[in-house]
Write a protein that binds this ligand. Structure first.
Ligand code: ATP
Ligand code: MG
Length: 446
């Protein structure tokens, strides 16, 4: 993409409505525009990152054996009357009447709808285990939408639902989700810590929330500092192996880590004093096992091996896809702007032409652009007639991890400059070497 042809409406001034850095930077970098309280348009740059995050979530869910689908945003109220949640949900649910005067709602989550789909089509234990998921917009009429996409009213969520014959099988599904979530967040450059959570209105016994530590987080968290040393990394895992998935759960949940809702001061006191930490965190996901709560209420049963009809064991598992943009920026920025982790960056590399219109500089930039594109990477070429300072400021603000700077002076010696957004360090090298270095970095995370 050439910046002169792109749509990147960056703001010079700090928007006054933004209270936290991620919201401020998303507005300044032209990623989102508010259309109503807690409802945003995703401008091209924001949309690109949103898609990157979605792709990681899709890949990791499918790696775990979970099946993608898509359910509608609008739901009939009848299903929610069956489960009993139509009344229980309260004013957070956006209720709508259609022209036939039928009660509808904009889905805040999809347990009822997926249970209805399941009961319509599955009747035998032989079709289990089954985990279906989708990535779809949700609406919750939050009393206080704030912090931009972090607490929106309309937001994008991945929600997945497992159906299993036994509690044991359903707990394996729970563990599979835990592993796939750890992998997903790490690919986004984030550390998200599973913490024992409260089950809230969905109801259930086993549940963990995934929290990204950040001062601006809305949850207060308490943990054993040893937990932040844990990394899933690139280890191989067989998602069908009950033991392997259980071992990961044990590894990542055996140290104290809880939100204020489940915090237990006596248990916390048993953590060695020098390892006790209190901090704030952003909830970027949650996994639940809730047994037969919905299957019993809605008659989602299968015939077991003994021929008897039995309600399925279920769980639901969510990732805050749109909230993640805010969480990543909270965790990765400096006073000049965003610093995208390579796994989610909107463009892989920026090309800055220091002297637009100079024949040699223009040709060198074009050659870089072509060879980077030929490798399947996505460069953003700042080809505007702007001063170098302005071009650097834009690149720093939008946070591409790598920048190649091209100017007549370097070209005389056959070199360009490759700069890391994170460290600010620059290196001179030939254009070919710069392309190769950038390509190698992205090959390593592909
Ligand atoms: N209003 C919102 N805006 C953006 N993302 C949200 C919002 N509410 C929930 N999410 C995201 O969706 C994920 C799954 O939804 P879940 O039902 O667990 O939310 P929740 O526990 O009600 O969230 P919260 O406690 O932050 O209100 C959450 O972990 C969070 O990342
Ligand atoms: Mg939650």
């Amino acid at each position: 993409m050439r910046l002169s042809r792109y749509f990147l409406p960056v703001l010079k001034e700090n928007p006054s409505e933004a209270q936290i850095v991620s919201h401020r930077l998303m507005l300044r970098a032209g990623m989102i525009k508010q259309s109503a309280a807690g409802i945003y348009s995703w401008l091209p740059l924001g949309f690109k990152v949103l898609r990157k995050i979605e792709n990681i979530v899709h890949e990791e869910q499918q790696r775990a054996g979970h099946i993608p689908m898509l359910m509608p945003t609008l739901q009939p109220a009848d299903l929610w009357k069956e489960s009993g949640r139509y009344d229980a949900y309260g004013p957070e649910m956006l209720r709508i009447k259609d022209r036939q005067d039928r009660d509808m709602l904009y889905g805040p989550t999809n347990e009822e709808m997926i249970t209805d789909i399941f009961r319509s089509h599955v009747g035998s234990y032989k079709d289990l285990p089954l985990t279906l998921y989708h990535i779809q917009w949700k609406f919750r009429d939050e009393i206080r939408p704030r912090f931009g996409v972090m607490r929106g009213r309309e937001f994008l969520m991945k929600d997945g639902y497992n159906f299993d014959l036994t509690k044991e099988d359903a707990l394996h599904a729970y563990n599979r989700h835990l592993v796939s979530y750890l992998r997903s967040y790490e690919r986004m450059g984030l550390q998200a810590i599973p913490m024992r959570a409260d089950s809230g209105p969905i109801g259930g016994d086993d549940t963990h929330e995934f929290l990204v530590l950040a001062d601006t987080g809305e949850s207060e968290v308490f943990y054993d500092s040893e937990i932040t040393d844990l990394k899933f990394g690139d280890r191989e895992i067989d998602f069908d192996s009950v033991d392997q998935c259980q071992a990961v759960l044990e590894e990542f949940t055996s140290r104290y880590a809880r939100t204020d809702e489940t915090h237990d001061a006596d248990l916390f006191a048993q953590v060695p004093a020098d390892r006790q930490r209190t901090a704030r965190g952003i909830e970027v996901g949650q996994i639940f096992y809730f047994g037969t709560k919905y299957s019993e209420a809605m008659g989602a049963t299968v015939q077991g091996p003994d021929g008897k009809s039995t309600p399925v064991h279920m769980g639901s598992h969510g990732i805050g896809v749109s909230r993640l943009l805010g969480a990543i920026i909270e965790a990765s920025h400096d006073d000049k702007g965003i610093i995208w982790p390579e796994g989610v960056t909107p463009f892989h590399v920026g090309i800055v032409n220091l002297k637009q219109g100079d024949e040699e500089a223009d040709a060198a930039c074009q050659a870089l652009y072509d060879s980077i594109t030929a490798l399947g990477l996505d460069p953003l070429y700042d080809d505007r007639n702007e001063r170098a300072g302005g071009k650097f400021a834009t690149m720093d603000l939008i946070g591409l991890p790598w920048r190649i700077t091209v100017g007549p002076r370097g070209l005389k010696n056959g070199v360009v400059e490759l700069t890391s957004r994170k460290t600010g360090e620059s290196e001179e090298m030939t254009p070919e070497a710069a392309v190769e270095k950038v390509a190698a970095i992205y090959r390593a995370i592909a």
